[in-house]
Design a protein. Structure first.
Lengths: 292, 1032, 124
């Protein structure tokens, strides 16, 4: 209860701060100089109708590169975290028996503590009045655990097939999704969309596929190679910009082309495509890692 | 071409390119993977290093442009001196850190790429000049950290990582929102433009946005109390990762704060308070901690707090010129020392301070541990020392005295828990010596220790104190340490030679009283140090450290500025601390010694700072000229020196340290090292002569000295351990000297110097004799000795000469000293003091009789029939000192003349020498009656005491029983008030720490609440209650 | 428009409300998955706020096409920067969520519970 009061205090105080900000907010009625610069210069300098893509890929391309790095790292982190434990000895082999000794020593008290902690949690849970929310939590935990346990066993024997409807739906939708994703990716410089958005669409397609065919495997190795190459090429394009044009990540080393044409706006579509491939591959890899 | 190769932009090409390529290299095979990783990492280090070197040689600040167009439009980065310093430092440590973590990183491509991009991300945080780009780099760093925290997969590490994520996600969300809102308010994201248009950031949205950005940075620096999540990670993560979080990530965040500081001009006070609270409380709570990595976590957090505090305050008082030395020094100190400590803890696999993984069998590792701790505690010669000095100087001159109290208290607490670990690590353990950690694991630690030393030298250069002579003691120590494999006696000879040569070179430039002290102490220390030849064992590390100690004393005496003085003072403290630690049972006493020494040093620091702010110079001559407004500073200095002299109330460090140190080193401590404090007192009180107000203080000090004498004598009487008895006797005798100095007259000061010479020689003889007796009999207890006069006649004679001189009986030197003292006191009209002095003399007689009788008279103990005379190596130094006593007793003029000459500039001369007699301006003083009275009073008191004893006992009794009878009385009459008091202080501190650490419940959700509350508190502190009202 | 409240103010308020709901959820629920959802809700709310601050009265998406000529762009386009930033912010938010979920799986594997109260190994 005490906690709820404290949380309520936090929320109310933040609410007041937010309210004060809303009170001080005035909708802008004209672009500020810098924004105006972007809006007027992007189409001319870069030849891209989609100003936001122009900003993302060129003016603030450094951010985008960082963002790609973030996604890339997430794929690696999730991989690191969810790696099966049996892969452990291979990497820990070299670190001598001392480590494993330490491990077992550490494991024991942890187990004991777990029991205690669970008992304590159970006690406190029972004591609390608002049991309904808690029950829901516990229920979801239980459901999740059985869910996790079931496919784990099934995976070994025979993966349960998805229903007819899902399969058929997938077969119809999947090509559409992938096509749409590709469209969004390559048209990023012309209309709403871009590498990130398209990549996400592609990855959602992959997710659908994995849901529909739980037994199917994703070629993660290939995807991560693609991902790496896309990243390397991205950096390479950046360097080309540095060498051939005005600066790092300057896409103007390719001709601007005709405004609004599919092949135009220098290297922006190229970068956009690489981004799309990279994001699609990365997200797919992440999804796949969560599956295992 | 070279320029293009080492352009700072390449840091990102190496980082990202390398990162993206790593999975490909992994497919090619592990050698490719590892080579690729190191090429990229070394590339990053090289780029930052070369660019930084270019800037150091006066190259222009490098602007890194990206994308199309110029800065406000596109993102730019900057590589100036500051950026170069931070990035190069972090990168170098990261490279060494990769070696340390190699066991974990090896073959694990995910971890390798995360590590690489983490390093790049930190560089990005440092270099970027775009607020949103800063956010992106912050996230890169965060996510890399999240991933790397997954290297250890036990439950504790996992849950710690999750708490860390919860807290940092909240923080970075604040940053994100703040950034976008700042864009809404100002229309730009460029940091330079934001700073330029600082005035536009106003109104509810602007203020809140700014505070959100600030709060994120402050929270990322883990402020107390919203920092439990950080501590958990420090505790549970692998040491290499924890060190990267502690030094790398924090460095990036701190630099971001520094970069944005012009935006936070109105919040400087808040930043300083936040830093101060973190510094103080982390160090307080750290005292209660025993888990090594968590301990280091507390220390990390406190260091960041200190840096925040320093940065904000120096900016506030406009002392921006000091920021490079202070903040840079603190940063590099923390960077190197903390990383070293984390790695050391990792290599030792020690997770608890109390764990019995002893270092006692590994002197080199112990040395490294000591090195890092000395650095963390802000002691010389490391950068933290110079930084703290400068910080205190600047804050004092700006009148920020409470802040100085915060800084010094926090530092003391930090030293307490760090050295507590050290002392425990030093304990001999029963466990069999484990396999030594392999060289590869230690390599990064050596590397970082070396960097630390270099950094210390550079910081000294910046402080303007890097002269050859001031580092000479340390240099000699290093050379001797390199020869530490030689046999023990050879090392002793080499040490003596080195001390003699370098020592006299150092003495040459000293002047006045300092010169006198230098000659006296150097001579004395050479003679006493020669006694170390009596032991044939190798004593690893002893001789180099002794050389450092003995040479630092003349270095201290020739100092011309308070900084040089303080530097040498701290080195003397440290060297004696480590030498005491060599004693077998010294463990807990080392810590006490060190803490009181540091307490003393901090008083000195505050005092010197006070004088510097009054006089505007750090030259020691300011002590002579400062006016009465320096009285506070004088008092601080006085307290500092009195603590170090072991006066009553703060004497608790003295007996343990003296008793448990190696026997021959105790002689050095008592005879020579203690005089350093006396010298400080003499020079420090120059001031008092100038100001009338200080005369009352001087009277007080005289009483402190006299009470010390009496208490020391009484305590000595209580002992059954004769080494301990001598330790208290030393305290008692120093009390006389303090009293003499407090007289603030020509006569008093001559007396003080005379007593100094006497005490040095006497205590040298006595402690060396004791060392020999312990060697021969193997005991320190009166109960197991007796009748040694026959077995060691030479020792007996030398001993008696020394005792006579100490007691003040004619005709030896001590007689002159005591006579001078009594005359000076009556001359000044301090008659009560004189009477107390007589009483003290009587008590002195009592314990001295006991000492001589207990050791040399009576029956020989069983089993000691074969006890021989002391080894020649111990007898010769004693004999030399006796010769010294005799010479000075017969020709006091030899000493008095130069003493008088040295003091004359400060006082009107009151002494005239004619032949062998001493005249004062008040006329001829006849020594004999005064002394007769003294002896008669003492004898009368003795007879009374004997009578009381006889009447109480009814029956015969020997001398030993006589003492035992009074010992009981004394014990009942004088409870150990001081010991109890300091024990109480310790208990109180620990209890407070235990109370405050209750905030760390371990629950991640609670920590998330703390973080949000922290923002609210920060917000409230900045805007006031009006900030929570819509129209406010 | 007819309410008198500018559209972006409505968006702003909605975003902030969503953020508050997120904070409430993240601090009151014990289940780690729900806490993560709380974070995600808060994030989404703030993304709304960010987009809202870039709105220019009567503006339109800054894409030059049939609806917005190059010449009109200066007067009718909304500020493109917040939109660009939000793309980055969303990606980063997603990344963080993914990492948190991965940790949730590990935590569950370690103790077979998802209650945040069970993970208090290190304290003091």
């Amino acid at each position: 209860m005490m906690r709820h009061i404290l949380v309520a205090v936090i929320v109310v105080l933040f609410g007041l701060i937010f309210a004060r900000m809303v009170g001080g907010y005035v909708e802008l009625d004209a672009l500020r100089p810098l924004a105006l610069d972007y809006v007027t210069r992007a189409p001319v300098e870069l030849g891209t109708p989609n100003i936001i893509t122009g900003i993302l890929i060129t003016y603030r391309g450094f951010d985008t590169l960082g963002e790609v790095a973030v996604l890339f790292m997430v794929a690696a982190s999730v991989g690191l975290l969810l790696k099966k434990d049996d892969a452990k000895p291979a990497s820990a082999k070299v670190s001598s028996p001392k480590v494993s000794g330490e491990k077992t020593a550490a494991a024991k008290p942890v187990l004991a503590k777990t029991e205690a902690a669970r008992a304590a949690a159970a006690r406190s849970a029972a004591a609390k009045a608002n049991a309904s929310a808690r029950a829901a939590t516990a229920g979801s935990v239980a459901v999740k655990s059985t869910k996790e346990a079931a496919p784990a066993e099934d995976d070994e024997a025979a993966p349960r097939e998805a229903s007819e409807i899902v399969r058929t739906g997938t077969e119809i939708l999947l090509p559409l999704i992938f096509t749409f994703g590709a469209y969004v990716i390559v048209n990023g410089h012309l209309s709403a969309g871009g590498g990130f958005q398209g990549g996400a669409v592609v990855a959602s397609g992959v997710m659908l596929m994995l849901l529909a065919r739980p037994g199917s495997t994703l070629n993660v190795a290939l995807l991560s190679i693609i991902e790496s190459f896309a990243g390397v090429f991205y950096v390479g394009l950046g360097i080309l910009g540095l060498v051939l044009a005005g600066g790092f990540l300057d896409p103007r080393f390719l001709p601007k082309g005709e405004f609004g044409a599919f092949i135009s706006a220098g290297a922006i579509p190229l970068i956009s495509a690489l981004l799309g491939i990279k994001v699609g591959a990365e997200l797919s890899v992440i999804i796949d890692r969560f599956r295992s | 071409m070279v320029d293009a190769l080492f352009h700072p932009l390449n840091i990102f090409l190496f980082g990202l390119g390398g990162g993206f390529v790593i999975p490909l290299l992994y497919r090619l095979g592990k050698p490719w993977l590892h080579a690729g990783f190191f090429i990229a990492l070394i590339g990053i280090v090289a780029v930052s290093g070369v660019s930084f070197a270019g800037l150091l040689q006066g190259g222009p600040t490098i602007e890194v442009l990206t994308g199309v167009g110029l800065p406000p439009l596109s993102i730019n980065l900057r590589f100036g001196l500051w950026e170069g310093f931070f990035t190069f430092g972090v990168n170098l440590v990261a490279l060494l850190g990769a070696l340390h973590l190699w066991d974990r990183l090896k073959g694990n491509y995910g971890a390798l790429l995360l590590y690489l991009i983490l390093v790049m991300g930190i560089d990005g945080m440092v270099m970027t000049r775009d607020l949103f780009n800063l956010f992106v780099f912050l996230e890169i760093v965060s996510i890399a950290t999240y991933g790397l925290l997954g290297l250890d997969r036990n439950a504790a590490a996992m849950s710690a990582a999750f708490k860390y994520i919860m807290a940092t996600v909240i923080a970075s969300t604040l940053f994100l929102l703040g950034t976008v809102l700042l864009y809404y308010v100002t229309g730009t994201l460029n940091i330079d433009a934001l700073i330029e248009h600082r005035a536009q950031i106003a109104g509810p949205i602007g203020t809140t946005a700014l505070l959100m950005v600030l709060a994120c940075l402050v929270i990322e620096l883990k402020p107390f109390p919203a920092n439990g999540w950080g501590l958990d990670v420090y505790e549970a993560a692998p040491s290499g990762i924890a060190s990267m979080v502690s030094v790398g990530v924090s460095a990036g965040v701190f630099f971001a704060l520094m970069k944005l500081l012009p935006l936070f001009q109105d919040q400087l006070g808040i930043i300083a308070v936040s830093g101060g609270i973190s510094f103080l409380f982390s160090n307080l709570i750290g005292c209660k901690q025993t888990k090594v990595q968590r301990l280091l976590g507390y220390s990390s957090i406190s260091q960041m707090g200190l840096m925040m505090l320093a940065l904000a305050l120096l900016t506030q008082i406009g002392a921006t010129a000091s920021i490079p030395l202070v903040v840079g020094g603190l940063f590099v100190n923390h960077l190197l020392a903390k990383a070293g400590l984390f790695w050391l803890a990792g290599v030792l696999k020690q997770d608890d301070v109390d764990a019995r993984t002893s270092l006692s069998g590994r002197p080199l590792l112990l040395g490294l541990l000591a090195l890092f701790m000395v650095a963390i505690a802000g002691l010389p010669p490391f950068p933290g020392f110079w930084a703290k000095w400068e910080l205190v100087m600047q804050l004092t001159s700006a009148g920020k005295l409470p802040w100085i109290a915060v800084i010094l208290t926090g530092s003391l607490l930090e030293a307490a828990y760090m050295f507590n670990w050290f002392v425990r690590a030093m304990r001999p353990s029963d466990a069999r010596a484990e396999a030594r950690p392999d060289l590869v694991a230690l390599l990064p630690i050596y590397g970082i220790a070396l960097l630390l030393v270099i950094a210390g030298y550079i910081a000294a250069r910046l402080s303007g104190a890097a002269s050859l002579w001031i580092f000479a003691p340390l240099a000699v120590g290093v050379v001797l340490y390199a020869l530490d494999w030689l046999p023990g006696r050879l090392k002793a000879v080499l040490m003596l030679l080195a001390v003699a040569l370098v020592g006299f070179w150092l003495v040459e430039n000293a002047t006045g009283i300092a010169w006198l002290f230098a000659v006296l102490l150097l001579g004395g220390s050479l003679v006493i140090a020669a006694a170390s030849l009596y032991r044939e064992d190798s004593r690893p590390g002893y001789f180099p450290m002794l050389a450092v100690l003995l040479l630092s004393i003349p270095a201290l005496l020739r100092s011309s500025t308070s900084l040089e003085f303080f530097f040498s003072w701290e080195i003397v403290t440290l060297a004696s601390c480590f030498l005491i630690a060599k004693g077998r049972g010294a463990g807990p006493h080392v810590l006490t010694f060190l803490l009181f020494s540091l307490l003393s040093a901090f008083f000195l620091l505050a005092g010197f700072a006070g004088i510097a702010s009054v006089s505007g110079t750090t030259s020691l001559t300011a002590l002579l000229t400062a006016g009465p407004d320096a009285t506070t500073a004088l008092v601080l200095l006085g307290i500092g020196f009195l603590i170090k002299a072991g006066t009553i109330g703060v004497h608790v460090w003295l007996p343990g340290a003296y008793t448990e140190a190696d026997d021959d080193f105790t002689a050095m401590l008592s005879a020579v090292v203690s005089k350093v404090a006396i010298f400080g007192l003499l020079t420090g009180t120059y001031l008092a002569i100038r100001s009338e107000a200080a005369l009352e203080l001087a009277h007080g000090m005289a009483w402190v000295g006299m009470l010390t004498t009496i208490a020391g004598a009484v305590l000595a009487l209580r002992q059954t351990d004769f080494k301990r008895l001598l330790a208290f006797s030393s305290m008692s005798q120093l009390g006389y000297i303090v009293t003499a100095i407090a007289l603030m007259s020509h006569l008093g000061w001559v007396t003080a110097l005379y007593l100094v010479a006497n005490h040095m020689m006497v205590k040298g003889i006595l402690f060396l004799a004791i060392a020999g007796i312990i060697l021969r009999t193997g005991t320190r207890s009166f109960g197991e000795t007796g009748g040694l006069a026959r077995a060691m006649p030479v020792t007996f004679i030398l001993f008696v000469v020394a005792i006579i001189s100490m007691s003040g009986l004619p005709p030896l030197m001590g007689f002159g000293g005591k006579w001078l003292l009594l005359s000076a006191m009556t001359d000044k009209g301090w008659n009560f003091l004189a009477a107390a002095g007589l009483f003290a003399t009587f008590l002195g007689f009592l314990y001295m009789i006991r000492l001589v009788a207990g050791l040399f008279f009576g029956k020989r103990m069983a089993g000691q029939a074969n006890v021989r005379e002391l080894p020649i190596a111990l007898l010769v130094p004693q004999a030399l000192l006796v010769v010294g006593i005799l010479v000075l007793s017969l020709y006091p003029k030899l000493l008095m003349d130069p003493v008088s000459a040295a003091i004359d500039p400060q006082f009107a001369s009151t002494l005239v020498w004619q032949g062998m007699s001493l005249y004062t301006i008040y006329g001829y003083w006849n020594p004999t009656p005064v002394m007769f009275i003294a002896v008669a009073v003492a004898a009368a008191l003795g007879v009374i005491a004997w009578a009381v004893y006889r009447s109480g006992l009814r029956g015969g009794g020997n001398l030993a029983r006589f003492y035992a009878y009074y010992r009981r009385g004394i014990e009942q009459a004088m409870p150990p008030v001081a010991t109890l008091f300091w024990q109480g202080v310790t208990d109180f501190t620990l209890a407070t720490a235990a109370t405050f650490r209750q905030v760390y419940t371990g629950n991640g959700q609670t920590y998330a609440m703390y973080v949000l509350f922290y923002f609210l508190a920060l917000y409230l502190a900045s805007t006031g209650p009006a900030g929570f009202w819509i129209a406010g | 428009m007819t309410t008198g409240l500018p559209v972006s103010t409505i968006l702003l308020t909605t975003g902030f409300l969503l953020a508050l709901i997120g904070i409430w959820g993240m601090l009151t629920h014990r289940n780690i998955l729900r806490i993560i959802i709380g974070f995600a809700v808060m994030d989404t709310g703030l993304h709304l706020v960010m987009v809202a601050t870039g709105y220019i009265t009567l503006g339109t998406a800054p894409i030059i096409d049939g609806a917005l000529s190059k010449a009109d762009a200066a007067s009718r386009a909304i500020d493109p920067i917040p939109s660009a930033l939000v793309v980055t912010a969303i990606v980063i938010g997603l990344s963080v969520t993914a990492v948190m979920l991965a940790y949730a799986i590990r935590l569950y594997a370690a103790k077979k519970t998802l209650s945040i109260d069970a993970f208090t190994e290190s304290k003091w």
